[in-house]
Design a protein around this ligand. Structure first.
Ligand code: FES
Ligand code: FES
Length: 168
């Protein structure tokens, strides 16, 4: 069987696996990208969320043969230096407890902010409704999503200084 080529975080990886293998196993076990977590394995908890062409997707329920030629982004590729507004807001609001669910939460948040730069409470609830956090970080998580949206918002331009000799 020819290897399958995956585009992960901007790099091509040829992997020699069964085409039906879930993307999650390949990311973690073959490519050693362990930031994406295994929670339930049946698309119910959100721990394994990655982006496929920018769309939040459960890697545990996605066969690698179906993602060839698509752009896969994992938590390792969300930003080069952990400077994505969601990552900064997570630190500012001290969201994680054990941390296990958090990379999935961050990937869903990043997608939400792209779709809705100013998410309402209802938008946030809808986005994270399929994510399970056993530590109950939901209140801090909701706050952090608002903080991330504020951080990502374009700042108003500074007023221009008055021209010399202008009337005061
Ligand atoms: S591990 Fe994929 S949704 Fe739970
Ligand atoms: S922070 Fe522990 S499961 Fe969410």
């Amino acid at each position: 069987m020819p290897p399958i080529t995956l585009n992960v975080n901007g790099k091509a990886h040829a992997v020699d696996v069964d085409p039906q293998t879930p993307l999650l196993w390949v990311l973690r076990d073959t490519l050693n990208m362990t930031g994406t977590k295994y929670g339930c394995g049946i698309a119910q908890c959100g721990a394994c969320t990655v982006h496929l062409d920018g769309e939040a997707t459960r890697a545990c329920a996605t066969a690698v043969e179906d993602v060839q030629g698509r752009k896969i982004t994992t938590i390792e590729g969300l930003s080069a230096d952990r400077s994505h507004p969601a990552q900064l807001a997570w630190i500012a609001e001290q969201v994680p407890q054990c941390g296990y669910c958090q990379s999935g939460m961050l990937m869903t948040t990043a997608e939400l902010l792209k779709r809705k730069p100013k998410p309402t409470d209802a938008d946030i609830d809808e986005a994270i409704s399929g994510h399970i956090c056993r530590c109950g970080t939901y209140p801090r998580l909701r706050k952090a999503i608002k903080t991330a949206a504020a951080m990502a918002a374009p700042r108003p331009a500074a007023p221009k200084p008055a021209a010399k000799g202008a009337a005061r």
